[in-house]
Design a protein around this ligand. Sequence first.
Ligand code: RAT
Ligand code: ZN
Length: 426
Amino acid sequence: GTTLHLHTIADAVETIVRQTPVTDMHTHLFASEFESLCLWELDDLLTYHYLISETFRWIDMPYEQFWSLSKREQADLIWRTLFVEHSPISEAASGVLNVFRQLGLDTSSRDLQTYRDAWARMTVDGHIDDVMRTAGVRDIVMTNDPLDASERATWERGGGKGDPRFHAALRVDPLLNDWDNAWPQLAGLGYRVSADWTEETVREVRRFLGEWIDRMDALYLAVSMPGDFVYPATDHRTRMIDEAMVPACQEAGIPFALMIGVRRRVNPGLQLAGDMSMKSDVGAVESLCRAYPEQKFLITMLARENQHELAVLARKFRNLMVFGCWWFLHIESMVREMTEMRLELLGLSVIPQHSDCRIFGQLLYKWEYSRRIIAQTLIQKYTRVLETGWTVTEDDVRRDCADLFGGNFWRFLGKPVPAVERGEAR
Ligand code: RAT
Ligand code: ZN
């Protein structure tokens, strides 16, 4: 391959980063066969919960009144508040404009109706194809909750796997964080569980996990944890992890993903938009990685304060893969800081980003913004290396980018990159 030089490295890296297909390893997107769970319309884009909390900074409307509006009325209000009455400069608001631009719409018009008209001409499957092609996202990992009745219906009729670009992750938050409400639901699904942590309950929870991992072909087990998560402890969470979740992961040979540092519903009036971030104890991850050296852990944390320690911990445990800049950290300044720091501590052995998208169009802005920052960081790092006289070729950069944008994830899973399996060009 072509050898790169100090004056050619920037262009080459930018081009290669733009061309490298992405595996988006944590999203809330759904394949279109999940029907109403698959969000892609303009009103979905505008009522993204990140934008809802930003809107409430400006309006006096009581929360209940906002929630009683139709989705379209909410979208109108958000548009007026965040885009017309103020300039849309936040990450989430500017992202909407970026989506319009990448879809070829006129961002100068400020006329919501023209955007509505544009969406009216789209179809869900056509839009998903366009967005994935333009964003360069080839594989998407969903967040799949079998306790959600509307989602369960699709899986139970044998659906959910019709589109090979979409992969499942079994999400188990209620089992760990809300057992009082989770066990009756499991019981309702025919599992012989009780409120008490009996041997039969353990067995049945494992059966539940095993059956759903199989049914979904889940790539990993996933949970979000509050910042006060302690491990090990003499509590329900530790028992659930030790006796049910880790054994289920080991049996299936899949990683356990923990997203740590959320404080749910600090303002319940905001519903989904009412969650907060919280500092956590990285020691819990350390204990897990030491207790289960054969179990792989995908970890992301929500507090900026935890990022450095988490990256250092990944130097100590190869069964720990750090991923993504999560939620409130998925903003330009934090992505830049975290990406630099991680590459400095871990080289290329990280998963620098996931999108957390809920609405398809968002793939466009989230990945364009992230690619830009990752490219800038790589250019700095390759430049340093080139300055020593080391040679860097285009093939080197291609290999490194393929690792960052997907290869590291699939290798950690011990699975081949699926697009290559599908015979698509790399
Ligand atoms: O980022 C988000 O959209 C949050 O609402 C959460 O869903 C978070 O990403 C999670 O997966 O818990
Ligand atoms: Zn998420």
